[in-house]
Design a protein around this ligand. Sequence first.
Ligand SMILES: [Fe+2]
Length: 165
Amino acid sequence: MSDSNAAMDVYLTGLRNQHAVETQAIGTIQNELGRMEPYPELHAKMQEDKQRSETQAARLDELLAKHGTGKSMVKEVVTGTVATVAGFVHAGSSDEVLKNVLAAVGYKAYEIGSYKVLLTLADAAGASGDKAVLEQSMKEEQEMGDWLGSHLPSLVHAFLRQKTS
Ligand SMILES: [Fe+2]
């Protein structure tokens, strides 16, 4: 196997993994959304993030198809790390919203990092043409990560108000 073939192999595995990460994100948001209704700003942002994740997953599907890997080859196996960070474990706890937001901060950092890895792999695999689409997804993850980071204080205050109301 030549170096660029090996890189293409790693790259395609990376695209499949990222597809699983996006699918996990969609499932997690879906699972949390109903209980985040008391926090309208967060709720709206999560809804936007869910729509964006669906678009991001579709972009990954298109890249995989372009490189000759059918959708059926996409395995939705999520690693233990991702599942833990994703926050299924927080449902029903009294400070669920804070735990969910912190999990989302971690998840976004993971996603930004993995798109950065994919951009490097795309170059190594001779698939630089894929980078514009991957960069768009990375930019969206960055935006959500920044929004969460800058809204942490106001979300804590909203949580405290809910608790005492
Ligand atoms: Fe995403």
